[in-house]
Design a protein around this ligand. Structure first.
Ligand SMILES: [Zn+2]
Length: 256
């Protein structure tokens, strides 16, 4: 029996117009950062590791001056991924796989806490991250991802446990190798979109955020996700949607 838990692993305040690019700038918005724990009979998979606790205590050192201008970490003590997993009785050593949707600081900040896990990342994502300046408009911080961890590069769709129940799939565009997660449990289908779609409004109104690598590619990924939601009845978890988080069952209650 598989269970899936939604965790909030940080809070960020930024300009709403950075997430919905057709809005007028100047509206501060506080959004959750989500991670998901999939408890499968063959092992536990953590999807994204949230914001590192140092980003709350010393944002300038951790995030750098550019990011600090654009956003404020609003997390409280205990909001980061390790204490959030502890609410489920899960220790970092219990996690077999970590999948990073992408390598922005709020999705891989906690990677270093899982030295025993295998990390599943799309090849173009890690290759771009490891060559700063190689891909224009994408330069994630090595402090978040560049640790002695076992990164397994994946190329496109990846069936994590070999039974089609937990599948990573490419949703490039926000970054060069962004991926989302599809979970099938009986008749339930859940998709964790991560930053391929920040909020329901992005999907419903077909609006991209300002932060992206390739608008045309991201637009195609957004359309594919919308099709999954609207044509197959999948429950869509958006990357940073405050209204959705309000209505989401909190761990230790599972979402499925
Ligand atoms: Zn992102």
């Amino acid at each position: 029996m598989m269970h899936v838990y939604a965790l909030c692993t940080g809070w960020i305040e930024l300009d709403r117009a950075s997430m919905l690019s057709d809005l007028a700038p100047g509206q501060p918005w506080t959004v959750p950062v989500l991670s998901f724990l999939v408890d499968h009979p063959r092992g536990k998979l953590l999807f994204d590791t949230g914001v590192h606790c140092q980003a709350r205590l010393d944002p300038l050192t951790r995030l750098g001056a550019e990011r600090v201008k654009r956003l404020t970490v609003k997390s409280q003590a205990g909001d980061d991924v390790v204490p959030q997993l502890a609410r489920l009785g899960v220790k970092p050593g219990d996690v077999r796989y970590v999948a990073n949707s992408h390598l922005h600081f709020d999705h891989c900040g906690g990677n270093e806490f899982f030295p025993g896990a295998t990390f599943l990342v799309q090849r173009p994502e890690l290759e771009a991250a490891r060559r700063p300046g190689f891909v224009p408009s994408y330069s994630p911080s090595p402090i978040d991802f560049d640790h002695p961890l076992e990164y397994q590069l994946i190329d496109g769709e990846h069936d994590v446990f070999g039974d089609a129940s937990v599948v990573l799939f490419p949703t490039y565009g926000h970054t060069p190798g962004h991926q989302s997660l599809l979970i099938r449990a009986g008749r339930d289908m859940v998709v964790c979109a991560s930053d391929a779609c920040y909020t329901r409004e992005n999907m419903d109104r077909d609006v991209l955020p300002k932060i992206l690598w390739d608008a045309a590619v991201m637009h195609d990924s957004l359309a594919a996700l919308r099709k999954l939601r609207d044509h197959t009845g999948a429950t869509m978890f958006y990357g940073h949607d405050p209204a959705q988080w309000e209505a989401t069952p909190r761990a230790p209650q599972p979402v499925i």
